[in-house]
Design a protein around this ligand. Structure first.
Ligand SMILES: Cc1ncc(COP(=O)(O)O)c(C=O)c1O
Length: 393
C-alpha cells in the first residue's frame, strides 16, 4: 500500500477510463458513437447490404478466433444465454450428461438441464467459489456442459487435456468471458457460445453459437422429446429432411437483429484486428491481470478468490479481502463493507461496477479483458488501497 493511501490521501492519478464492469464491459479504447455512423438503420436485415454486414461479422469472427474448417458460427437471439439454451434444448437427451459447476452461471446450466429439461441421466460435479471441480471425472461417452471461464468466481478451465480426442459425447462450452481472451482448443469443443459485450466490449443483444461438425451431425440425427420454440430451431422439420438450416450460419438470422449492435460489433472486430488479432487480445488481458498480480503480491489486505494461478481468470478477476478485520465479519457486514468501498470509488469516478457478483462471496471483481487499458489498472490499484483504508478506519 502506498504511503498516500495509508495517510488517507487521494492518490495522484485517476484511471482515464474507470470502466471495469464484467459486462457490459468497457468499450474499445477510443470508442465514440461515431463508430456507429455506418449502421444499416431503417433497412431490412434481409436486404443485400444487411445480409452482407451479418455475414462479415460471422466470417471475421471465425478468422479472428481461428475456427477450424467445417465449424459453423451463427448469430442468435438472447445473448449468450440464448446461445447456450439453444444448444441445451436442441442437443441434450441423446446421451447421459456430465455437468460441471463452480459459480453462478455454470449452476444455471445445471438448473436448466436437471430441473427444466429434467434429464435423469445427469451427473453434477460442483466446486466452491475459487476452485474447479475435478474435470478428469468427465466420461467421454457422455455429453458435457461447462463454462470455460466462471465469470462470477474468476476461475477458468486451464486447458482441454481432460477432454478425450475420440469422445463419443458432445462438449457444450459457455465461453462468454473467455472468447478472445484465452486460447480455446477448438478440436475439443463441439458447441461454444459467447456474446458481444464481454471481451470485445460490443453492444449487448445477440449470442454467438459455434458448432463443430459433430454437433451438426447430432442436430441432424436426433430429435429431442420436448417442444422447441422457433428461436431455438436450427434444423428443417423431419418431413423436409431434418437438415441444418445453413442460412443461420451465413447471416440469415432466425429473427430480427439490431443493426446498430451489428455495426458496433464490426467496429470492435476492426479494433481487435488492429491490436494484433487473437494473440494481441490475449496479451492485453494477460498484461492487465499481471498488474493486479503484482499489486496483490505486496498487498496486506487483498488476495485472489482463485488462489491457484493456473486456474485464475485473466478477464473477470475476483479479489478477496484477506485482512482479518474483514474476514472476521458476518456475511452481511462483509457485503456492507464492499458496498461502501465500491460507493466511495464510484463517487470519486475512479471505478464503476466492481463489486463481486451478488451470489459470490463478498469481494471485488475487476474486469481485465482486452478493452481495458493496462495504465488504467495501474492507476486503479492505489485507489483500491485508499478505499480499503477508508472503510477500515
Ligand atoms: C459465464 C456466463 N454465462 C452466461 C452469462 C449470461 O450472459 P448474457 O447476459 O450474455 O446472456 C454470463 C454473463 O455475465 C456469464 O458470465
Amino acid at each position: 500500500m502506498t504511503d498516500v493511501a495509508k495517510e488517507g490521501k487521494h492518490p495522484a492519478v485517476r484511471p482515464a477510463r474507470p470502466f471495469f464492469s464484467s459486462g457490459p464491459c468497457a468499450k474499445r479504447p477510443g470508442w465514440t458513437p461515431e463508430a456507429l455512423k455506418g449502421a444499416l438503420v431503417g433497412r431490412s436485415h434481409r436486404s443485400k447490404p444487411g445480409k452482407a454486414k451479418l455475414k462479415d461479422a460471422i466470417e471475421r469472427t471465425k478468422k479472428l478466433l481461428g475456427l477450424p474448417a467445417g465449424y459453423r458460427l451463427g448469430i442468435v437471439p438472447a445473448s449468450d444465454t440464448g446461445a447456450v439454451e439453444m444448444a441445451l434444448w436442441s442437443l441434450l437427451g441423446a446421451r447421459p450428461v456430465d455437468l460441471f459447476a463452480w459459480e453462478s452461471f455454470s449452476e444455471d446450466w445445471v438448473t436448466d438441464t436437471v430441473k427444466q429439461l429434467k434429464l435423469k441421466d445427469a451427473r453434477v460435479f460442483k466446486a466452491d467459489y475459487g476452485a474447479l471441480p475435478d474435470l478428469k471425472l468427465y466420461n467421454p461417452a457422455h455429453d458435457a456442459v461447462f463454462v470455460w471461464n466462471g465469470t462470477t468466481s474468476g476461475v477458468k478451465v486451464p486447458d482441454g487435456d481432460w477432454i478425450a480426442e475420440g469422445r463419443e459425447g458432445l462438449t457444450i462450452c459457455d465461453a462468454t468471458s473467455a472468447a478472445f481472451a484465452m486460447e480455446l482448443p477448438w478440436d475439443k469443443l463441439d458447441v461454444t457460445t459467447f456474446s458481444w459485450q464481454k471481451v470485445l466490449g460490443g453492444e449487448a443483444a445477440h449470442g454467438m453459437l459455434i458448432l463443430s461438425p459433430r454437433a451438426v451431425a447430432r442436430l441432424e440425427s436426433y430429435t429431442p422429446p420436448w417442444p422447441l420454440p422457433k428461436i431455438f430451431r436450427m434444423t428443417q422439420s423431419k418431413d423436409k429432411g431434418g437438415k441444418i438450416v445453413e442460412g443461420i450460419f451465413e447471416g440469415e438470422t432466425i429473427n430480427t437483429p439490431s443493426m446498430v449492435a451489428v455495426e458496433d460489433y464490426l467496429d470492435a472486430l476492426s479494433w481487435a484486428e488492429s491490436v494484433g488479432g487473437l494473440g494481441g487480445l490475449i496479451r492485453r488481458s494477460n498484461d492487465n491481470l499481471h498488474v493486479l498480480e503484482k499489486w496483490v503480491r505486496t498487498s496486506n489486505w487483498a488476495g485472489f478468490l482463485a488462489e491457484d494461478a493456473a486456474i485464475r481468470s485473466n478477464t473477470s478477476v475476483c479479489i478477496a479481502v484477506t485482512d482479518p478485520a474483514f474476514t472476521a465479519l458476518a456475511d452481511d457486514a462483509k457485503e456492507d463493507t464492499i458496498k461502501k468501498m465500491c460507493s466511495l470509488l464510484d463517487k470519486e469516478g475512479v471505478a464503476f461496477d466492481i463489486a463481486g457478483y451478488r451470489a459470490a462471496p463478498p469481494g471485488l471483481r475487476i474486469w481485465c479483458g482486452a478493452t481495458v487499458d493496462r495504465s488504467d489498472l495501474e492507476a486503479l490499484t492505489p485507489w483500491l488501497d485508499w478505499a480499503w483504508q477508508q472503510v477500515k478506519a
